[in-house]
Write a protein that binds this ligand. Sequence first.
Ligand SMILES: Cc1ncc(C[n+]2csc(CCOP(=O)(O)OP(=O)(O)O)c2C)c(N)n1
Ligand SMILES: [Mg+2]
Length: 388
Amino acid sequence: MTTTPQAVRRASPRTRRTVTPPDPARSLLPDAEPVRLLAENGTPLPARADYPEPPAEVLRELYRRMVLGRRFDTQATALTKQGRLAVYPSSRGQEACQVGAVLAVRDTDWVFPTYRESMALVARGIDPVEVLTLLRGDWHCGYDPTEVHTAPQCTPLATQCVHAAGLAHGEAYQGRDTVALAFIGDGATSEGDFHEGINFAAVFKAPVVFFVQNNKYAISVPLSRQTAAPSLAYKGVGYGVPSEQVDGNDPVAVLAVLTRAVAHARAGKGPFLVEAHTYRMEPHTNADDATRYRDGAEVDAWRDRDPVARLETYLRARGVLDDAAVAEIAEQAEAYAADLRTRMNEQPTVDPLSLFDHVYAEPTPQLIEQREQVRAELAAAHAEEGDA
Ligand SMILES: Cc1ncc(C[n+]2csc(CCOP(=O)(O)OP(=O)(O)O)c2C)c(N)n1
Ligand SMILES: [Mg+2]
């Protein structure tokens, strides 16, 4: 073996320079400030090369679906008051997140929603009556998840994170470029399943976008009582996952940031975490009284950051929307709500025994026994009715 003079110089302790290796954590950290492309009053902010603005026709469609989504949301709340829905968790104020996120993925990608995401699901094109089936208490899920590439809405917090990681890993393993988009609440990032899901996805480079809607509350618990993290996006770095923060009431920025996060996952670079700063304008659900834990001034401040108005102002100024277009979209939204009302007023016939049908692919002995108990009770009740 020959030793070159350079090699000797490199090895010599007298001449070795201490070069600080690049900090691998730095590239994973989000910008200190949430990404924002529109000011609160709807005027455009300086363009960013890393987050190009989506095309005008996409922004028009984003606006249209946000208007429909908001109308759907108010209609659903009204249906709880009429006894047509058992419960409804509103996402009013979160329209940019709900609609922007689903517009960033393909129809063949998988979405993993929570109970808060009814608006996102209708924006994805799922029949609103099917979306509300769970909340009406008829079935655990009203749509066929495999047909619409959308998991059932999860009520147990953060369980969808492990489902998303598993599905994304399975799809990649089979050579498909499917991305999984998991919706998560701020409170749910304190759950074990969030950590297990993101860790698994990071280790296996599973194409998952973890999308945290930080709406500042977990029912009555404010964010400050939930976490000491400077930002929920910082939770990515500990798992080796890059992240970004975005103004969740800026629809253009949400779509731009999610589009890039989805592209990152689809390119095989592993998961990405996005934290959107937004606000839940309504109580946790129709059964909650939010005045007991937050004051009106806070809610009013967020009313001024309305995402629908922000996008409308911007698109009008750009000439993408005018009075006629806005009126036409409002009309579409009214027709959509009217159709939903009519169909939700039809009383569905649900076979109580169907409760057991989809719990497991193969029913367990316990389920078979419970099903038999219910069947016998129903038969006895029918017999009694017949006697009367
Ligand atoms: C594992 C689990 N623990 C507790 C609950 C009760 N629970 C339902 S919603 C909720 C708050 C969740 O807040 P967040 O994650 O911020 O989502 P948001 O409701 O604000 O969209 C809690 C604690 C639950 N559903 N699942
Ligand atoms: Mg929350």
